[in-house]
Design a protein around this ligand. Structure first.
Ligand code: FAD
Length: 396
């Protein structure tokens, strides 16, 4: 990034996902000097990892007004894109627009962000911190490290790379670390990797949309691949599957309904065990023995473990900044407090929480996108568009 001038704030955007690129477009419109740092080799690093998954919001809720102006030919309407469609039709073309070309540094991971010349505990909550630029330690595609400077930082690094642990209370189960190589923590592409899943016994954990998506896919897969069996351990004794009354998102409603049907015994291949937490894992004769607990302990012996327990953003990144995190959700405090106050848990009901909820004690540092929701998995893209508007209209 070039040295700051009075009229051109330097904005560092961490993450080239849907919201990072939305912020990049807004930065271009605002006349800022901006750079997007994307850890993956290409934009949409996280979305590419679930490219085989169909979203539950249609194109009309996937393309923001700002992106539509930049890409008038982008798809619209009520069809549901897959993650791969979003990358191909939206993120890649967006990164190639004149507005963003040359501004996105792929293969470049931001390792840490700090304030130049100031430690975390200095000038506490004071605007004086804003007089010092941000200092970013980045690692480029060739592995070399360098320092970059910025006047404002948008952290849109998402949550997908930081899956939650399997064990009771959210910590690792006994031996979970040692057997990490036996645990799949991302939604599998069953079609592409059929041999790895067919005829296997699989322990699935988690109850939110990703786990529901996997359970539904595995139930369908088992019908074609006899011998495939799923033991689905769910923490809640009476899971409600996050169902929303009168849900206008048909695909989400269908997903919730399928989960409830599976819990009701709809598939011989899927056994749902509610009220179970994971206590320990062990290897025996090439298989994984998982101890589940529901009052008393029970063992299940499986070939594969699929742990889809959600994720939370990497807060180590801004450890040296004065970021006020919510003690309950790990999201930025003001936004988290607003979200905790929302009723019903329906992400469609959660609009913009207002620009001030995005403000941190650290001036000029903003957490946007999926990461801004902390442990709350209800984030929707359209909320992120509003966050970007809020930041660029009132805060930068
Ligand atoms: C399976 C799935 C289905 C979903 N379906 C929907 C849906 O139907 N509708 C909807 O509105 N939302 C949906 N979401 C939720 C949400 O909209 C997506 O997660 C969306 O991708 C969030 O965009 P983002 O830009 O905030 O984060 P991400 O897409 O996670 O992007 C973050 C980017 O930051 C990069 N990165 C991470 N760490 C670093 C670092 N240190 N330095 C540099 N770069 C870094 C990553 O590689 C990634 O490209 C879904 C999420 C998942 C996981």
């Amino acid at each position: 990034m070039t040295p700051a001038t009075a009229s051109l704030p330097r904005v560092a955007i961490l993450g080239g996902g849907p919201i990072g690129l939305e912020a990049a477009l807004a930065a271009h419109e605002a006349g800022a000097d901006f750079t997007v740092f994307e850890a993956a080799d290409a934009v949409g690093g996280h979305v590419r990892r679930w490219s085989h998954v169909r979203t539950f919001t249609p194109w009309s809720m996937t393309v923001s007004p700002r992106v539509r102006a930049a890409l008038p030919a982008a798809p619209d309407g009520e069809a549901l894109p897959t993650g791969g469609d979003i990358v191909r039709e939206l993120l890649e073309p967006l990164a190639a627009t004149p507005a963003l070309a040359g501004r996105v540094r792929t293969g470049t991971r931001v390792l840490a962000v700090a304030r130049e010349g100031m430690l975390k505990h200095e000038a506490i909550g004071q605007p004086a911190r804003a007089a010092r630029p941000f200092r970013l330690l980045v690692r480029g595609p060739d592995g070399s490290e360098a320092i970059e400077h910025a006047d404002a930082v948008i952290d849109a690094t998402g949550t997908y790379s930081n899956p939650n642990r399997m064990g009771d209370g959210g910590i690792d189960a006994v031996n979970e670390r040692a057997l990490n190589h036996r645990i799949d923590r991302y939604l599998p592409d069953l079609e592409a990797d059929a041999d790895a899943w067919a005829g296997r016994t699989i322990l699935l954990t988690g109850a939110a949309h990703s786990a529901q998506t996997a359970a539904r896919a595995l139930a369908g897969f088992a019908a074609q691949a006899p011998g495939t069996r799923v033991v689905w351990a769910v923490r809640s004794p009476q899971p409600d599957w996050g169902a929303v009354a009168g849900d206008p998102l048909r695909e989400r409603a269908a997903l919730n309904a399928t989960a409830a049907q599976l819990a009701g015994g709809a598939s011989d291949a899927v056994e749902v065990l509610p009220g179970r937490v994971t206590e320990a894992l062990a290897e025996r004769d090439g298989r994984v023995v998982v101890t589940l607990r529901n009052g008393s302990a029970e063992e299940v012996e499986v070939d594969r473990v699929l742990a889809l327990n959600g994720g939370v953003g990497d807060h180590q990144l801004y450890r040296q900044l004065q970021v006020h995190e919510c003690y309950a959700t790990a999201g930025p405090m003001k936004l988290a407090a607003t979200l905790l106050g929302e009723t019903g848990g329906d992400c469609l009901a959660v609009g913009s929480a207002g620009a001030q909820t995005l403000v941190n004690p650290e001036p000029g540092f903003f957490i946007l996108g999926a990461k801004s929701y902390g442990r709350n998995s209800q984030f929707l893209l359209r909320t992120g568009w509003q966050q970007v508007d809020d930041v660029f209209t009132t805060l930068i």
